[in-house]
Write a protein of this length. Structure first.
Length: 186
């Protein structure tokens, strides 16, 4: 059994959304002067909210990408708020946005040091090239996530679609590191 419980912190939830209709990004920028839209540099407009603190990219096709939220609920709320703001300024949006969580990024502290050289030889689907990157890159199949493992006992998990995916991946990796004697506690 692991000696400590991993401390997991959700850092970013990325969600995609669609309203199934075209958007006039020039009109949106006129009505919302704070919206960043430079079509020569990037095809989307950036709509920032302070509550919840997020950035939502709006595309002409009606597709959106929301980043910066700390939970799936917050991402859903942010997209809903953006759509409500657009409607308030008389931008006709027929449908509510359909939101899909694409990626959850979490930072984790396992509370002990990890022997990366040994882990690279022991943990399946792992890559460790310290000259290029200080962490071991572990690709997990179920759930399908990538975990960056650092000697300090800190991890970064990316690719999860649910918070449960993140916890399941982290706990499964932690148990494996323990069982193989790859963790060292002070």
């Amino acid at each position: 059994m692991p000696q400590t419980k991993p401390i997991v912190s959700i850092e970013n939830v990325v969600a995609s959304a669609t309203i199934n209709q075209d958007l006039d990004l020039n009109e949106i920028q006129k009505k919302f002067p704070k919206v960043e839209y430079n079509p020569e540099q990037f095809p989307g407009a950036v709509f920032r909210l302070t509550k919840p603190k997020t950035a939502t990219l709006l595309f002409r096709t009606g597709k959106m990408v929301c980043t910066g939220s700390k939970s799936s609920d917050m991402a859903q709320k942010a997209v809903k708020t953006v759509v409500e703001n657009l409607r308030e300024k008389k931008i006709k949006i027929k449908n509510d946005a359909i939101v899909t969580i694409q990626n959850i990024v979490a930072s984790i502290n396992l509370g002990g040091k990890i022997h990366l050289e040994k882990a690279a030889r022991t943990v399946p689907r792992s890559m460790y090239e310290p000259e290029q990157f200080p962490g071991l890159i572990h690709r997990m199949l179920d759930p399908k996530v990538v975990i960056l493992i650092f000697a300090s006992g800190k991890l970064v998990c990316t690719g999860g679609k649910t918070v449960e995916d993140v916890y399941r991946a982290v706990n499964s990796l932690h148990v494996l590191l323990e069982e193989k004697g790859l963790m060292e506690y002070q």
